[in-house]
Design a protein around this ligand. Structure first.
Ligand SMILES: Nc1ncnc2c1ncn2[C@@H]1O[C@H](COP(=O)(O)OP(=O)(O)OP(=O)(O)O)[C@@H](O)[C@H]1O
Length: 302
């Protein structure tokens, strides 16, 4: 089942093609949309919400057409915009209640629902204070709360960790993962910080210059490139030679060997080689390539 699907989706501005013939599908769960600044992430989201008309191609969100059924899509989808857009002189409670009512909830239900979502995003007593005095982290939480208040089936989060310190970023990422798992709401989250998405996404789409570079389950980014780092007190070169002769893929990094994991036999080969060569094993550590590495390889055309 697809949550959304695009087919040759294109957005041309006078001087730049922001989204360029993008064909991609997104399933349920937490999906990351990764790309450098200017890659076309925000433009794509605005088209998916029916806020910006495509120059070409087509897209469906929750099986609704973005060109003809934008209002219906926005009823079912929550949106956390990238830029600061909160009125400074109202409280988080007033704002979120107001937006809940705009989404069609009666006043009492809107108040209850707003209190629930503000609690879920971690805003306690401060929710009665004016938003203008909030920290960036608190503002991001208000933006997230308003995206959730009308009980959407899917939310688009545009750079939700922007401007947050490491702790704030960590908390926001944990919250997003919870929304995807405990609340069962599908999430499309954008970031230019690739490492962040590794932690919370089931699937990652990478775009560059408006074009699709890659769309894969998170496991496919990492499992295919698993490595193991081996450190011995001495005898690194004989060990490398022996492992290479055994058919392993080995590279030397400083005082360590990085061996590509081909399967369980790689670990057997390392064990047998260290025993046979009478080496003292100091470290054997399984490592994964991070999404960053894969992205770099894709961009470099490797
Ligand atoms: N309304 C617009 N008019 C003209 N050009 C635009 C407009 N909106 C976006 N662009 C251009 O389209 C390209 C993609 O912008 P977009 O905001 O979608 O990228 P992004 O991946 O979201 O990056 P960022 O994280 O910096 O917002 C950029 O070159 C941008 O300057």
């Amino acid at each position: 089942m697809h949550i959304l699907a695009t087919e040759g989706l294109t957005k041309r501005f006078p001087t730049v093609t922001a989204v360029d013939a993008l064909t991609v599908t997104v399933g349920p769960g937490v999906t990351g949309l990764v790309g450098a600044n200017g890659a076309g992430k925000s433009t794509l989201i605005k088209m998916l919400l029916g806020l910006l008309p495509p120059s070409g191609g087509a897209a469906r969100v929750l099986d609704l057409d973005v060109t003809a059924q934008g209002a219906e899509i926005r009823r079912l989808v929550g949106y956390m915009p990238e830029h600061e857009c909160l009125p400074p002189d109202v409280s988080a409670t007033e704002l979120v209640v107001h937006l809940a009512q705009m989404s069609g909830l009666p006043r009492t239900a809107a108040r209850e629902r707003a209190a629930d979502v503000l609690r879920h995003v971690g805003l306690a007593e401060e929710r009665y204070r004016a938003v203008g005095g909030y920290s960036t982290g608190m503002k991001q939480r208000v933006k997230l709360a308003q995206a959730l208040v009308h009980d959407p089936k899917l939310i688009f989060l545009d750079e939700p960790t922007n401007g947050l310190d490491p702790r704030g970023r960590d908390e926001m990422l944990t919250l997003i993962r919870r929304i995807g798992t405990e609340f069962g709401i599908s999430v499309l989250v954008t970031s230019h910080l690739l490492g962040e998405l590794e932690r919370i996404c089931d699937h990652v789409i990478v775009i560059d210059g408006g074009r699709l570079l890659r769309s894969s389950a998170i496991g496919e980014y990492t499992q295919a490139t698993q490595t193991v780092t081996v450190e011995v007190d001495e005898g690194l070169e004989p060990l490398a030679d022996r492992l290479t002769a055994d058919g392993q893929t080995v590279s030397q990094q400083g005082r360590m060997l990085v061996v590509k994991v081909l399967g369980p036999e790689t670990f057997d080969a390392i064990r047998d080689a260290t025993v046979d060569l009478d080496l003292c094993l100091i470290r054997l550590e399984q490592g994964r390539h991070r999404i960053e590495d894969v992205f770099r390889e894709e961009v470099a055309g490797v």
